[in-house]
Design a protein around this ligand. Structure first.
Ligand SMILES: Nc1ncnc2c1ncn2[C@@H]1O[C@H](COP(=O)(O)OP(=O)(O)OP(=O)(O)O)[C@@H](O)[C@H]1O
Length: 270
């Protein structure tokens, strides 16, 4: 479990990224922070592995203040997936995945074998393990990033816009893959995105952030969509779309839903 207790962050120079944010990420659940650029999402996420220390407040993991933990050991105990994969360019894919287990004492050979199994687990051909990151597609690199984050079998996964740099089709695939993996693994996941659809798809709970890391609303996706707390959330989640008056038009024998202006919004199931 991760707990944010009234954390604030003012960066040197005075920019206030987060103000008095409190939130619990229960064990084995996925909580998604969603908000527009600059709402403090990355800052909050980095407080968990001490890449950023809060100016005020505390972050606890399983009841223990992360400030009491050595930052390097803490980081190795938490999986972290970044938008650009963050892979080491001069190491093979297999060695990238095996890096942290070897650092924390696993024998190289067994770490490599485990890394190959993990590649399969995230949907990659283990033969890709011999390549270098630049020889993979963006989507494949992101899968490697996920495998690497899982390699030391952490309880916690931090995922910062992990699918932000891939095309929409691959993004869908990666999202589904993550849902499948999470159903098997039950990690405690803190996921950051600015994409509302992604947040609603992946989050058991979604936290909608306004500027300054202020919580506009939190809840299950259906709760937020069903009753947005205010105009900001309403606009952010596109709730006004749900209120549009739709009607049915017939085009080439298929029934198409159209909005008031006659614009198509979808196809009705036969
Ligand atoms: N190292 C830093 N020094 C000074 N200000 C910073 C630093 N990092 C972030 N900020 C500021 O803090 C605020 C929140 O930034 P943060 O990166 O946490 O937001 P975000 O929601 O993750 O944004 P994005 O979606 O664009 O990544 C921004 O105003 C940003 O300019």
């Amino acid at each position: 479990m991760i707990e944010f207790e009234r954390v604030s962050k003012v960066y040197p120079g005075g920019s206030e990224a987060v103000r008095e944010f409190s939130c619990v990420v229960p064990s084995h659940r996925t909580v998604v922070l969603v908000g527009s650029s600059g709402s403090g999402k990355t800052t909050l996420m980095r407080m968990v592995n001490r890449m950023v220390d809060p100016t005020e407040g505390r972050v606890l993991i399983d009841g223990e203040d992360v400030r009491t933990r050595d930052p390097v050991a803490l980081r190795r105990s938490i999986g972290y997936v970044l938008q650009q994969g963050g892979l080491l360019p001069h190491r093979t894919v297999l060695d990238n995945v095996a890096t942290v287990p070897v650092l924390i004492g696993a024998p190289k050979r067994s770490a490599r074998i485990a890394a190959g199994e993990l590649l399969e687990r995230v949907g990659l051909d283990p033969a890709l393990g011999a390549r270098y990151p630049a020889q993979l597609s963006g989507g494949q690199q992101q899968r490697v990033g996920v495998a690497r984050a899982l390699a030391a079998d952490p309880n916690i996964l931090l995922m910062d816009e992990p699918f932000g740099a891939v095309d929409p089709i691959v993004r869908r695939e990666l999202q589904r893959e993550l849902l499948r993996l999470q159903a098997e693994l039950g990690k405690t996941i803190l996921f950051v995105t600015h994409d509302v659809d992604e947040a609603f798809l992946l989050g058991d709970e979604v936290v909608v952030l306004e500027a300054g890391g202020r919580i506009a609303q939190r809840g299950a996706p259906a709760e937020i969509l069903g009753s947005p707390a205010n105009a900001f959330v309403r606009e952010f989640v596109g709730a006004e779309l749900a209120d549009r008056r739709l009607s049915v038009a017939e085009v080439d024998g298929r029934r198409i839903a159209v909005d008031e202006a006659g614009r198509p919004v979808g196809v009705l199931a036969p």
